[in-house]
Design a protein around this ligand. Structure first.
Ligand SMILES: Cc1ncc(COP(=O)(O)O)c(C=O)c1O
Length: 461
């Protein structure tokens, strides 16, 4: 095998062994506390997107660390086929208590993609053991993000991520995400929401209802759409359509769950009940890798009766991860971070809307609770995106990073063009910290305007 000579980085260092998506290098992390992180040079950053919308209760929470330490003293691993453990049992019960009636079984995993895979596979196995073998198609939205593993990717709608792997994947039917803010017609938002939901009904009919197993959706969109919120009418209509055809509804709450939108589940904002729910990210809030599938018992029982769920991961129900998850849930509940997410979320949303007066190329501000985003456009009337070559999605992030503010961006329209930015600080943020965040964001937008030759007024937001 030929040996490759390591390429030096900008500082003349050899490339490290470790790699991720790209050659982008970042400073070395030193420590984090509350909403702030520090790098090794001592520079401080506001974690304006909670990592990847993960650190919901903030960094370095002493009570969570103490709970984890206590669990570590007892043991960090007990394989689920050899032992049950208190942390996972208690956490499962606490999660069920937060769910709509009937969603009463919990299956632990270590991340969001695993949680989504588990939902897809439980749904399918339920169909096979209940005489519905013809059902295997999972309808999902475009754009959407449901994870990086091949199963989760097959229901993901984000072109750059799936393109290289298409020959290896089973293509699942896609319907347009309910991007009703882009519609230019005379309809009310609720009428547009109903029209978007009808696309699900049409697709089920086109595919053949007997072949459709489930519809998976993000109740509030994540990074692929930039915190997309559908009109209220969409949610109840989707549930009705699923029920009409016996299609399961899978709620991907990996990003929108665990209090991020001001309720435990994003879907709770609309009293929308799923048959399966995927949780991760804020669920253990970055203290440990943890995720969960919460399932309706009516799906689980026939599968267990028929010999068992043919699925599982080695680290499932890990006592340390579950102890972290339990302590995180305690923080969410005892500090009522749901209420703070609602309060700070509406304040932040209003302040982002104010920025639209200063920067006329901010085309939309959207989201729920502290799952918020803004989108840049060339023209607010047509909502045409900024020219691709401006690379706004990465340039604005860099301007913010230089100033000590971390925000999270993606290309809006299926990953190909458009620029949106998630502003999703930890749910513990207070009003003074929001001011600090918005000050840095305003400066970053002004710097980007200057670089890109875009108009900006000097009025303070
Ligand atoms: C809605 C949604 N589902 C699934 C995932 C996949 O989670 P993970 O990266 O933990 O595998 C993500 C991650 O961003 C997500 O936002």
């Amino acid at each position: 095998m030929s040996q490759r000579t390591p390429t030096p980085d900008e500082q003349g260092n050899e490339q490290p062994a470790l790699f991720y998506q790209s050659r982008l290098r970042r400073p070395v992390f030193d420590r984090a506390e509350g909403i702030y992180c520090w790098d090794r040079s001592g520079k401080r950053y506001i974690d304006g997107c909670s990592g990847a919308m993960v650190s919901n209760i903030g960094h370095g929470n002493p009570r969570v660390l103490a709970a984890m330490r206590a669990q570590m003293e007892k043991g960090t691993f007990a394989y689920r086929l050899h032992f049950e453990n208190d942390a996972s049992e208690t956490l499962a019960q606490r999660v069920v208590a937060k769910m709509p009636a009937g969603l009463d079984r919990v299956f632990f995993v270590s991340g969001g993609s695993e949680a989504v895979e588990s939902c897809l596979k439980l749904a399918r196995q339920w169909a096979t053991v209940t005489g519905q073998d013809s059902r295997y198609k999972i309808v999902s939205c475009f754009p959407s993000y449901h994870g990086a593993t091949l199963g989760a990717l097959s229901v993901t709608g984000y072109t750059p991520l799936s393109r290289p792997f298409l020959p290896m994947m089973v293509q699942m039917p896609k319907i347009p995400a309910p991007t009703c803010y882009l519609d230019r017609d005379e309809l009310t938002m609720n009428e547009r929401g109903l029209r978007a939901a009808e696309r699900l009904r049409e697709t089920i009919l086109e595919e053949g209802p007997e072949s459709v197993l489930a519809f998976i959706m993000e109740p509030v969109g994540g990074a692929s759409t930039g915190a997309l919120v559908a009109p209220d009418s969409y949610y109840s209509r989707v549930r009705e359509i699923c029920d009409e055809f016996g299609v399961l509804l899978i709620l991907d709450e990996v990003m929108s769950g665990a209090g991020r939108t001001g309720r435990f589940l994003g879907a709770d904002n609309w009293q929308l009940r799923g048959d399966l729910v995927a949780l991760s990210k804020g669920f253990a809030a970055g203290y440990a890798p943890l995720g969960a599938m919460v399932a309706d018992g009516r799906l689980v029982e026939p599968v267990l009766d028929a010999g068992g769920f043919q699925h599982g991961f080695t680290s499932a129900g890990n006592p340390l991860a579950c102890a972290a998850g339990l302590a995180v849930l305690d923080e969410l509940d005892t500090q009522d971070l749901y209420a703070n997410a609602r309060r700070m979320g509406s304040m932040l949303k209003a302040r982002l809307e104010e920025l639209m007066q200063r920067f006329p190329w901010i085309g939309d501000v959207r989201g729920k609770g502290l799952l918020l985003a803004f989108e840049l456009v060339a023209d607010r009337q047509t909502m045409a995106p900024l020219p691709r070559e401006l690379n706004a999605y990465s340039r604005l992030v860099e301007h913010a990073y230089e100033r000590g503010l971390i925000i999270y961006s993606r290309r809006t329209r299926g990953g190909l063009e458009g620029d949106h930015f998630m502003v999703c600080p930890p749910l513990i943020i207070d009003a003074a910290q929001l001011d600090e965040l918005l000050g840095l964001l305003g400066e970053s937008l002004a710097a980007f305007a200057n670089e890109a030759g875009l108009p900006a007024s000097n009025a303070a937001a």
